[in-house]
Design a protein around this ligand. Sequence first.
Ligand SMILES: [Ca+2]
Length: 469
Amino acid sequence: MMNRRDFLRTTAAGLGTLAAGAGAWAQGSGADGRKPNIVFILSDDIGWGEIGCYGSDKVLTPTIDRIAREGVKFNSAYCGTSVCAPSRCALMTGLHMGHASVRANREIQPEGQMPMPADTVTVAHLLKRAGYKTACIGKWGLGKPDSVSTPDKMGFDHFFGYNCQRHAHGYYPNYLWRNGQHVELDGKTYSHDLMAAEALTWVRDNAASPFFLYLALTIPHARYEVPDLGPYADKDWPEVNKKMAAMITRMDRDIGRLLDLLAELKLADDTLVIFAGDNGAATSGKMLEFFNSNGPWRGIKRSMYEGGLRVPAVARWPGKIKPATTSDVPWAFWDFLPTAVEMAGAKLPDGMKIDGLSMVSTWCGGPPPKRDYLYWELYEGKFQQAIRLGDWKGVRTGPGKPLEVYDLKSDGEEAKNLAAEKPDVAAMLEAKMKEAHADDPNFPTTLGGGKGGVKKAKGPKAAAPAKKG
Ligand SMILES: [Ca+2]
């Protein structure tokens, strides 16, 4: 079986390369013809049903709805996989879980997660090389402090936020990081507000050249903490539901401020703004029912069903993406790197192999890319896999488990397993999954299958719960 190193050396069939004609999108509409800015806003654990334009009748998200109205609402956007760190790894590297270096949330003591290898090439590296200013503001989760894989070593000029995902479970931390330095806090300041403010300041300070802002916000990941309940204060709802809704609406307000700033700087037309969830909904029980958090899909975060993988995503690029459109064309987080690189008029370095395809042309009204399949793995307690090929979906919920087969066209809820009825389809999906997976000793495919289990390590404690809110 091919390991990652072999993979990087090998020209494997079916891997994405940049479309011909790269450079066409790099001409901005501004007088100076500057390259388009790219803002990727990632929301942590937001559910499909927790956003107005995706059908929520409870959570107010006027800005996200506005992005959809002024751009495109994606109905078939997929995350890297259904938990935080590996999903972000796919977003940063253009690799799906069969090739990614980080395929699980792997905690490291006392703070941080498993780093990506030092020779990793990220979308930030490539945009920086193409003349972009680059910032990551929010939650990193892809390499502990002082590792080879901190944001500054992974292509970002500027970083502010949480290095560690566990640390980010608390919204009133005693410190955050700014470029490798502790920023001491009083433990009473809402971290999201600081990150939102930092994003505005950074954009204002870097508006003179093309920029890439990766705004990895921590809302609405649990714990549910918020300074005030906003428009939900008087609702006859469980307190925790009011808190979560208020968190999302607060985030939405700050995304609105960012859009306002782009308009003020006359950069709105030259900026692609994407908003997406990083994995499926994370609520459960009555809360999930209340919000209909996973919308029409089966499963939630940590699942390989659509509810774990399919995420709400909207994008606006005035003059390029047609307003008020919806797109059913599937894409996944590993498409972001080649998309951004094409927008920047750049090229992949010689020999760099990725799994993603550029979606620029498609998002701007062109035909769908020629894609073989989308592929996911998950190593949370047990090894799981999923594949989407056309409308066929394959799901394996554990090592040695039979492959389940669903037809997403007629059965988006993945209710009727067609594996027995469609053995030819099952065999075809099995073969593609085998092709997509490269072994990695850090992530045994026997996990949860009776041997090779990985003990879950504990990271630093989250900040103490706030008294207010
Ligand atoms: Ca998440």
